[in-house]
Design a protein around this ligand. Structure first.
Ligand SMILES: [Zn+2]
Length: 216
């Protein structure tokens, strides 16, 4: 089946399963608006959908997808477009989400592109107009000493880079004033996850041990 026809077929099934059977729920949502308590900042990668991975229902998770699940630092700069920052502002000040999860993942193409600028072992596939400057947000995540490079595989360094990038994003997230206030008032918790696509292993950063640790 053609990829577009597959979408329409899927929509017909969705309509039958949800809209026909749960009319009241949908009518209420249309009237009252959304009320998710969790926000995810996830990669655009098609294999890491937070709703599917957490088995959540529709309406439960507010999501921003961008290349490599990055959060830029708080900056009011009229000359730049801040799609991710706008979504965070809406989630925290209007939806009043209780958790924000930054979800990194294995085999991240954005991280690979960043590493290609630092690591001669990685072949540069393309010169990107937008990906490279976007990935500068977490540039230091890809810095490894010659000794570290000599004693580790590219895959190991990629995992470290993915996790470091999520931590930089976590720190950036905490620089937004209303995020800072919500954390101090114990209304909001922020998390960094790393999801391994092949094994399904899910890790969360533990600030006390300063390690990513298995969640379940
Ligand atoms: Zn990715």
């Amino acid at each position: 089946m053609d990829s577009y026809a597959k979408l329409l077929d899927g929509y017909a099934k969705f309509h039958k399963q949800y809209l026909d059977k749960e009319n009241d729920t949908w009518r209420n949502w249309a009237k009252t608006g959304q009320n998710p308590k969790v926000m995810f900042i996830a990669c655009s990668d098609s294999r890491v959908n937070p709703v599917i991975i957490t088995h959540a229902g529709l309406g439960e998770i507010f999501i921003v997808n961008n290349v490599a699940n990055l959060v830029p630092p708080y900056k009011q700069d009229a000359e730049t477009y801040h799609g991710t920052s706008a979504a965070i502002e809406f989630a925290v000040t209007q939806l009043k989400v209780e958790h924000i999860i930054i979800m990194g993942h294995s085999g991240c193409g954005g991280i690979r592109a960043l590493m290609a600028g630092h690591d001669d072992d990685i072949k540069k596939d393309a010169e990107f107009s937008f990906i490279r400057p976007w990935m500068q947000i977490v540039d230091e995540a890809a810095e490894f000493s010659p000794e570290e490079k000599a004693s580790s595989s590219i895959d190991t360094r990629a995992t470290i880079c993915e996790q470091r990038a999520s931590l930089i994003s976590l720190n950036n997230l905490a620089t937004f004033p209303w995020v800072k206030d919500a954390i101090l008032e114990d209304r909001l918790k922020i998390h960094a996850w790393h999801y391994d696509i092949g094994s399904g292993i899910l890790l969360e950063y533990n600030a006390e041990t300063e390690q990513f640790e298995e969640l379940i």
